[in-house]
Design a binder for this molecule. Structure first.
Ligand SMILES: O=C([O-])CC(=O)C(=O)O
Ligand SMILES: [Mg+2]
Length: 387
C-alpha cells in the first residue's frame, strides 16, 4: 500500500463580502488529492482536502515542498504499525522534515490541507466515517449529533439593515439557533444599530455572536466591550490582533460575557500561549482553532493535549471554517460544535446533501472518510482533480 501521487489545484472562492479586516474579492483555496494504490468497493481510494477561507491557496508551498516530501519518502515508513493503513502522524513528520520550529506563517495551511486529505484516505481505507475512527482511537463514544451555528452578517456593498435582517431570518428558517455577524467594519454607532436590528429580528428564537476579525486596538476593543455587554450575546470574537494575548487578557476585565478567539493561531504552541497569557476563561469562553489552517488534525490532537494540560475541556472548542473535517472531529472527539456558512464558500463548506439543520444541530451520516462523497457539488470538483 502506498501513496502514488499528491495533486493540488488553486481555485477561486471569491465573493463580494467584507469583514472588518479583509474583503474576499480575490480569495482562493487549495484543493488537494492524496491518491493511493488501495481499492475499496471497486474504486481507487483518493483522500481529499482543502484549506479554509480567510487564508489563500497554498499551491506554491504544496507543490514545491510538502508534496515532494510525501512522494519521496520510503512508502513503508508512512504506514502504521500494522502495515494495513497509512499513518497520518508519520506522514506529517515526513512533510515537516527540515522545517525549523516557530514562525509558523502559512506553511501550517499547506500542511493542514494535505493532512485533511490523508485522514480522508485513512478513514476510507478503514471503511469508516472519520468521526467513528477518531472516537475508536481515543476509546470514546462518538456523538453524531453536532451543534452548528450560521456565520454570515458580512458587510456587502449596498447592504442595509433590512437585508441583514432578512439574511438572519433565512438562517433561522433553515434550523439554526445561533447566528453570527461581523462588527468593526463600520462606526460603533452603526454597528450598534446593526446589532439591534438583528436582535429584534431573531428575538428569543436564536442567539447572536459578533466577530471583529482582529480589527481593534485595546481602546476600541474596550469601547466595544462596554457597548456589547448591554446585550445577551453568544460571544464577542477576535476583538484584537490574534497574537496580542495581553489585549485579550485586558479585555476580559471589561467583558464578563463569553469571548471567542483562535482562528488565526496556527500551532499548538500558539494555542498554549493564548491559554497561558490571553486571560481566556475555561468556564465560558470559546476556542476556534481550525485544523485546516493550522497543520491539520495531527497538530490539533496536540492542541487538545495542551487544552487538557491547561484545564480546558474539548467541549469549549467550536472551530472556525465550516468544513466537514471539523464536523468529524467534533462528533468523534467531543468538541462543542462547528461553524457553518450557509450561503458562502461553496462548494467546500457545508454538509452532505442529506443533512438538515434542526434545532441548531446536524446528525452526521455514516459515510466512509470525511463524507465528501455525500455532497454532490463538492465531490464533483474533487473527482475532476484526481479521478
Ligand atoms: O471573515 C472571516 O475571515 C471568517 C471568520 O472570521 C469566521 O468565520 O469567524
Ligand atoms: Mg472569525
Amino acid at each position: 500500500m502506498r501513496i502514488v501521487d499528491v495533486v493540488e489545484i488553486t481555485k477561486p472562492i471569491a465573493s463580494p463580502i467584507r469583514n472588518a479586516y479583509i474583503d474576499f474579492s480575490k480569495m482562493t483555496a487549495s484543493l488537494v488529492a492524496v491518491v493511493t494504490d488501495v481499492m475499496r468497493d471497486g474504486r481507487r481510494v483518493v483522500g481529499y482536502g482543502f484549506n479554509s477561507n480567510g487564508r489563500y491557496g497554498q499551491g506554491g508551498l504544496i507543490r514545491e515542498r510538502f508534496r515532494n516530501r510525501i512522494i519521496e519518502a520510503d512508502p513503508k515508513g508512512l504506514l502504521d504499525d500494522s502495515g494495513t493503513n497509512l499513518d497520518p502522524h508519520r506522514i506529517w513528520a515526513a512533510m515537516m522534515a527540515n522545517e525549523k520550529p516557530g514562525g509558523h506563517g502559512e506553511r501550517s495551511v499547506a500542511v493542514g490541507t494535505l493532512d485533511m486529505a490523508v485522514w480522508d484516505a485513512v478513514a476510507k481505507i478503514a471503511g469508516k466515517p472519520l468521526f467513528r475512527l477518531l472516537a475508536e482511537k481515543k476509546g470514546r463514544e462518538a456523538n453524531p449529533r453536532v451543534f452548528v451555528y450560521a456565520a454570515g452578517g458580512y458587510y456587502y456593498p449596498g447592504k442595509d439593515n433590512s437585508a441583514l435582517r432578512a439574511e438572519m431570518r433565512g438562517y433561522l428558517n433553515r434550523g439554526y439557533n445561533v447566528v453570527k455577524m461581523k462588527i468593526g467594519g463600520a462606526s460603533i454607532d452603526e454597528d450598534r444599530a446593526r446589532i439591534e436590528a438583528v436582535l429584534e429580528e431573531i428575538g428569543s428564537q436564536a442567539r447572536l455572536a459578533v466577530d471583529a476579525n482582529g480589527r481593534f486596538d485595546l481602546e476600541t476593543a474596550i469601547a466595544y466591550a462596554k457597548m456589547l455587554r448591554d446585550y445577551p450575546l453568544f460571544w464577542y470574537e477576535e476583538a484584537g490582533d490574534p497574537l496580542d494575548y495581553a489585549l485579550q487578557a485586558a479585555l476580559a476585565e471589561f467583558y464578563p460575557g463569553p469571548m471567542a478567539t483562535g482562528e488565526n493561531l496556527f500551532s499548538h504552541q500558539d494555542a498554549r500561549n493564548l491559554l497561558r497569557y490571553g486571560g481566556m476563561r475555561p468556564d465560558r469562553d470559546w476556542l476556534q482553532f481550525d485544523c485546516a489552517l493550522s497543520y491539520g488534525l495531527v497538530e490539533y490532537l496536540r492542541t487538545l493535549d495542551v487544552l487538557a494540560q491547561q484545564g480546558w475541556s474539548p467541549s469549549r472548542c467550536i472551530p472556525h471554517g465550516g468544513h466537514q473535517m471539523s464536523l468529524n472531529i467534533a462528533a468523534g472527539l467531543g468538541l462543542g460544535g462547528n461553524e457553518s456558512y450557509p450561503d458562502l464558500f461553496q462548494p467546500y463548506g457545508g454538509f452532505p446533501d442529506s443533512v438538515r439543520v434542526e434545532d441548531g444541530h446536524i446528525i452526521m451520516p455514516d459515510l466512509p472518510g470525511i463524507g465528501f462523497e455525500g455532497k454532490s457539488d463538492l465531490i464533483k470538483v474533487m473527482r475532476e482533480l484526481a479521478e
